[in-house]
Design a protein around this ligand. Sequence first.
Ligand SMILES: C[S@@+](CC[C@H](N)C(=O)[O-])C[C@H]1O[C@@H](n2cnc3c(N)ncnc32)[C@H](O)[C@@H]1O
Length: 279
Amino acid sequence: MNSYTLLDSGHGRKLERFGTVTLDRPCAQAVWNPSKPKLWNDADASFSRKDGLQWTGRDALPDAWEADIEGVRMKLATTDFGHLGVFPETRALWRWIRETLQAQSKARKEPLQFLNLFAYSGGATLAAAQSGAHCCHVDASKGMVAWARENAALNKLEDHPIRWIVDDVNKFLQGEARRGRRYDDVLLDPPSFGRGKSGELYKIEQALMETLQLVKDVLSDQPAFVYLTSHTPGFTPTVLSNLLQQLLPKGTLEQGEMLLEGEADVLDVPSGTWSRWSG
Ligand SMILES: C[S@@+](CC[C@H](N)C(=O)[O-])C[C@H]1O[C@@H](n2cnc3c(N)ncnc32)[C@H](O)[C@@H]1O
């Protein structure tokens, strides 16, 4: 069940189908030529950052609609920033998390404790919940946490043990470390620049080391993985691995490029980086 498709990319743009809606949006890294130029006429709406932030054709779109993305049903809506409530390049990660937690939970008596930091609209949280793990979902935006809870209901996971936390990540982790709460698996997708619940400034260059130190402080006695992703220029897979290697105990490190992938005849679009540590 997968109703997201990358249809094409090129000339600094990407063409994607989200359920019943086809959108043409900016994609700076797609510097090549489109492979299927005719398809672009199918776009229901397009977004541009050229003369300020601007949608064309937005009025004809539904206010909100739903799509199944990698086994998770998501509510989608166009935002003024050109976002939709999902970053589809993370869907391979959702699959990995669901499958890895399923395998890990077989070897454990107690449910796994999964922590999702900068968790946005909850795709990864819900993939983890589908595996049976107990989840903690943290984001500074009250609106995004409410959106993630709507997604939980769409997936009939509203009664699953998920703690929904609106807080600044570093403040939250300090509190969890003090309270003695521990997690087996942690995912974090820090923004280049963000704001905590009370307006605290989060700049990745300064704040990420502290975040990772605090993640270490809340790891359980048998930690399974810490998965770090980034969309910040310069934060290459090696940068992420170096950070994890310095801060976490000895373990296995893997790294890679996050790719937005389509059918076999569509070019992959690099859309971020990842590194993961397994204990
Ligand atoms: C790039 S999005 C994360 C995307 C998400 N991981 C996904 O794959 O769908 C960044 C998120 O971090 C949140 N955020 C930014 N600064 C924060 C902070 N200091 N503490 C907690 N959340 C923060 C934003 O509200 C936003 O939802």
